[in-house]
Design a protein around this ligand. Structure first.
Ligand SMILES: Nc1ncnc2c1ncn2[C@@H]1O[C@H](COP(=O)(O)OP(=O)(O)OP(=O)(O)O)[C@@H](O)[C@H]1O
Length: 257
């Protein structure tokens, strides 16, 4: 059975059709990268996966059940700009991710619960390479370290699905390479299913086992809002890994044609 499935999925904002005719099945362990022009609906799609954006039409199912209309522990998310608490340390920020979701009433864990959360946080921070920065505050971290922290937070609840919205967009190329290695390692070790938006087609092919292009498949110049984007390319990179660079180049040319 597929892990995530969409049938005739659409998103409208009022009369503005942003996404239409989204049909796909994603199996556990796939790494889907999403590219497409600015404003074509990539983040909107990710938010529907997260449960913070409603579905206008069609179906979006996880494990053959409608996706819950709110974020849950099965889906972690990392955005381009890090979203951590500035007044908490690296360790505090990671523990609170667990506290907030496990202790909704008090927002705080006590005794053994807190000890367990601390151990889990240490494990996650070690996995993302932040074990030496536990007492630092976010403003003392580099951009790459901030994204490592955001990834550690997202992984605290052991999600099966990780949603990444241009997580490396603001980082220098050298740091991006380190982050690629980190995400690749976490994906393999934790057997995650990942959906990642990127503006960088080479990054999409380097990381993804499957590359999606979002684009409008029809357009009415008189009514530009009447039609939305859909998946116009669905490329399997896994079986053709050695072809990835040439596939990336070809797609880049097609998209700019
Ligand atoms: N809450 C909202 N209300 C109305 N329109 C919205 C809302 N959120 C997004 N939109 C519109 O939906 C369209 C798609 O936005 P979205 O952010 O999903 O695009 P994107 O492909 O992620 O863009 P980018 O690559 O620039 O981040 C845009 O036209 C945007 O203005």
């Amino acid at each position: 059975m597929s892990l995530v499935e969409a049938k005739g999925l659409e998103k409208h904002y009022g009369d503005d059709v942003v996404l239409e005719r989204l049909n796909f099945s994603v199996e556990p362990g796939e790494f889907v990268t999403v590219v497409g022009a600015s404003g074509c609906g990539k983040t909107t799609f990710l938010k529907m996966m997260l449960g913070t954006e409603s579905i206008t039409k069609g179906q979006l199912r996880v494990d053959d059940k409608p996706i819950p209309g709110e974020p849950g522990p099965d889906r972690g998310v990392v955005f381009q700009r890090y979203s951590v608490f500035p007044h908490l340390t690296v360790l505090g920020n990671t523990i609170i991710a667990e506290e907030l979701s496990r202790s909704r009433v008090f927002g705080k864990l006590f005794g053994p619960g807190r000890r367990k959360a601390r151990e889990a946080a240490m494990e996650r921070l070690t996995q993302v390479g932040l074990q030496h920065a536990l007492d630092k505050y976010p403003h003392e971290l580099s951009g790459g370290m901030q994204q490592r922290l955001a990834i550690a937070q997202a992984l605290m609840m052991k999600p099966r699905i990780l949603l990444l919205d241009e997580p490396f967009g603001a980082l220098d190329p050298g740091i991006r390479q380190d982050m690629h290695e980190l995400v690749g390692k976490l994906w393999r070790e934790q057997k995650l299913t990942i959906f990642m938006i990127t503006h960088d087609i080479e990054e999409a092919f380097a990381l993804g086992t499957r590359v999606w292009v979002f684009d409008k498949w029809r357009d009415d110049p008189q009514a530009p809002q009447a039609y939305g984007a859909t998946i116009t390319y669905d490329l399997d990179v896994d079986r053709n890994r050695e072809d990835a660079p040439s596939q990336a180049k070809k797609l880049q040319e097609d998209m700019h044609a």
